[in-house]
Design a protein around this ligand. Structure first.
Ligand code: GLN
Length: 453
């Protein structure tokens, strides 16, 4: 099998199925085939990397030189990036043909991919359901076989929740493991890129390729390039699996609870030892996040002013009119809501009451995890309280949409690594198992997921 043939196979499937799913914002067939030809030359020469020639879809939040990069927004609907993100640069070096850019919530703000300027993506398992978000397009292309590998980003759950909703694997690494250079910023102290794939093994390979120190991201940690594939085959005998006693309370769908309990029993069967742990402040995570993430977003999104790049309104009367109309016409409702909340929380007089308070909660939540990891190696539970919900079901109710991230958000507040691995189905819709590790425990998480699968 040549890379050109493999790439063409995926391009054909995209042409056939994507008009219904709307999982891609941009498809790049010429680029894909040109890259596949280069990959084949390398493969023929004989010393290629295992990922060489395997096609990939990038979330439309990663800049690719010469390719439209929209971040799901009207604001960037005509923006062609002039450089590559660090993640893209590294995968290009391995000659992984780029199939296109996947759909997402506008500026990664959302849990259903419905806030995209380019229309919602459908869940391949049930076309009435959302694929999750914000990396919903990436999850859908993997589930539907429209790409073998994809990149995603996770600020509060955006890799793990769509992975759960679409029955695929995805990992958010420790904050600082993957460079944010060229990844359009939402909330910089939370944002992390990561792989979205069929299996945990594929995620281990792709994460190894995506991670690594990069001087252009000041929070990238300085270390030799890690290899996350080394522990995949280790036995789970003696592994201490923490189950937070607060996880199975009110709000958790009964079907999801059964799937997760069955998954935990499977880990026990493989020799893992289940211990009860406690995360007493878990309910404070969503409120803290919805102060901190919008605060950072309000600052990050100030660069979209209609002057330097992106959408510009017609016939501006003066500078103020240019700013005001470009931003009010270019941003969608959810993005505006977050900018307003964030600017309010940061304003003089409110800073101590909201931003500072939320930072203190962030610390408490991290401390809870550190305490829990004194008695276990990994923490497991549900990724989301329900399976995929229907398109339109939550779109008028931001609070219920925000609460859907109650299990994933604490992990981003603490900067820990976590993954979602397919665990079962509830009424035909997939459900993922959430595995959370201590800092830099990615190889362990991937090991647990691989053994479980
Ligand atoms: N749903 C969360 C939000 O809207 C998380 C999104 C994400 O991880 N990018 O902020």
């Amino acid at each position: 099998l040549t890379s050109v043939a493999l790439t063409q196979h995926y391009l054909d499937r995209i042409a056939k199925f994507d008009p219904e799913l709307n999982a891609y914002i941009t498809v790049t067939p010429e680029l894909a085939i040109a890259m596949a030809k280069e990959a084949d030359a390398k493969l023929d020469a004989g010393n290629a990397h295992p990922l060489t020639g395997i096609p990939i879809a990038h979330k439309d939040i990663f800049c690719i030189d010469g390719v439209k990069t929209t971040c799901g927004s009207k604001m960037l609907s005509n923006f062609v990036a002039p450089y590559d993100a660090h993640v893209v640069e590294q995968l290009k070096e391995l000659n992984m043909p780029i199939l296109g850019k996947t759909n997402m919530d506008e500026f990664a703000m959302g849990s259903s991919s419905e806030s995209s300027y380019f229309g919602p993506t459908k869940n391949p398992w049930d076309l009435k359901a959302v694929p999750g978000g914000s990396s919903g397009g990436a999850a859908a292309v993997i589930a539907a076989g429209l790409a073998p590998l994809a990149t995603g980003t996770d600020t509060g759950g955006s890799i793990r929740q769509p992975a759960s909703f679409c029955g695929i694997s995805g990992i958010k690494p420790t904050y600082g493991a993957v460079s944010r250079y060229g990844m359009i910023a939402y909330a910089s102290s939370f944002d992390q890129g990561g792989p979205m794939t069929r299996s945990a093994q594929d995620s281990a390979w792709l994460l190894t390729a995506m991670a690594g120190f990069d001087l252009r991201d000041s929070t990238s940690f300085e270390q030799a390039k890690p290899d996350y594939t080394t522990e995949l085959n280790a036995s789970l005998k003696g592994l201490k699996v923490g189950v937070p006693k607060e996880y199975f309370g009110e709000g958790l769908d009964a079907g999801v609870a059964t799937v997760i309990k069955t998954a935990i029993a499977e880990l026990e069967k493989q020799g893992a030892q289940v211990v009860e742990v406690s995360l007493p402040n878990k309910d404070l995570a969503v409120p803290a996040y919805y102060v901190l993430a919008p605060a950072e977003a309000s600052s990050n999104l100030s660069r979209f002013d209609g002057v330097r790049y992106g959408y510009r309104c017609e016939n501006p009367q003066d500078l103020n009119d240019l700013y005001t109309r470009s931003r009010s016409e270019g941003f969608g409702a959810e993005v505006k809501r977050r900018i307003m909340v964030g600017a309010y929380a940061l304003s003089a007089g409110y800073y101590d009451a909201y931003y500072l308070k939320a930072q203190k909660l962030r610390r408490l939540i991290k401390d809870d995890f550190m305490k829990a990891f004194e008695s276990c190696d990994v923490i497991v539970g549900p990724v989301a309280p329900t399976p995929a919900f229907n398109i339109g079901e939550k779109s008028d109710d931001p609070i219920s949409m925000y609460l859907a991230d109650l299990y994933t958000i604490p992990v981003n507040l603490a900067g820990l690594p976590a993954m979602s691995v397919p665990a079962g189905f509830v009424e035909g819709r997939p459900v993922g198992l959430h595995i959370v590790g201590n800092y830099h425990a990615e190889a362990k998480l991937l090991n647990v997921a691989h053994q479980y699968q």
